[in-house]
Design a protein around this ligand. Structure first.
Ligand code: SAM
Length: 256
């Protein structure tokens, strides 16, 4: 058997974020405007290990390559900060968190937020809650459909911010998220690309549920340069009691 030459970098044990992966994370996060401390880098390395271990047991994410996970999950999740920063203690709900994106990366870099990670799939929520506990992150898991959570007095009108990435078209997101926000709160929707048609339908839908356009941003994912956009809706009026409609209807018959 041939031994590795003196120039070969030592290979990391499986599930460990390699030195190259750590360097990529630091560089890409910095490009996204976030300078990671050593302890935050370590938290991402632990998140990486837990994500790979969790993926071996259940269908958590379609991404398995280190570079993809670093750029398309970790760094992309930080893109929601382009909408602006939130004060310490702000309540943030991640609608459709999946394996914890953007909730977990956001909690690593903004540990003073109070984050609720909502998903319809209970086992994904259990993974996110367990991971957050192990990493000491301020994330609470919440299993359920946004259509039902948005009618629950414990959650309706309770959040300063709703963030969401890769979940639904903007008209659907407006109907699901606006009921959950306090007056003056904001929905930050992370999109790969937002067509003019989706944007306009989203703004018409927002008007029906008490929202209006607050700001928008378009740019690209660090290193890969894939297009990315953010659209921020502000809640300016109470959402009529009829919204959100029952499960499945917002998708089947979108507002707008
Ligand atoms: C494509 S995944 C995206 C996950 C994560 N946000 C990310 O960016 O990796 C969409 C997630 O949204 C959840 N979801 C879709 N509609 C939902 C709803 N109405 N209420 C709660 N969760 C929902 C799904 O269960 C799924 O986990």
């Amino acid at each position: 058997m041939m031994s590795a030459g003196p120039e070969s970098p030592p290979s990391a044990p499986p599930g460990t974020l390699s030195e190259a992966g750590r360097a990529l994370l630091r560089q890409a996060a910095e490009e996204a405007g976030v300078a990671l401390s050593d302890s935050q880098q370590e938290a991402f390395a632990q998140l990486y290990r837990r994500l790979l271990a969790g993926s071996a047991q259940m269908n958590l994410t379609a991404l398995h390559d280190e570079r993809d996970i670093v750029l398309k999950h970790f760094v992309d999740s930080l893109g929601c900060l382009a909408a602006g920063d939130w004060p310490a203690g702000a309540s943030v709900l991640d609608l459709g968190t999946g394996a914890g994106f953007p909730a977990l990366p956001l909690a690593i870099v903004r540990p003073q937020l109070r984050i609720t990670a909502l998903d319809a799939t209970a086992k994904k929520v259990a993974f996110v809650a367990r991971t957050a506990e192990e990493l000491g992150l301020p994330v609470t898991g919440l299993a359920g459909r946004a259509e039902e959570i948005g009618r629950d007095p414990e959650h309706r009108g309770r959040y300063d911010v709703v963030v969401t990435r890769a979940v639904a078209a903007l008209p659907v997101l407006a109907e699901l998220a606006l009921p959950l926000l306090k007056l003056g709160g904001t929905l930050v929707a992370q999109k790969a690309q937002l067509s003019q048609e989706e944007r306009e339908a989203g703004l018409r839908a927002a008007a029906q549920v008490g929202g209006e356009l607050a700001s928008e941003w378009s740019g690209s994912l660090p290193v890969l340069s894939d297009p990315r956009s953010l659209i921020v809706l502000r809640k300016v009026a109470q959402t009529p009691e009829t919204y959100p409609r029952r499960t499945g209807i917002p998708n089947k018959r979108p507002l707008g």
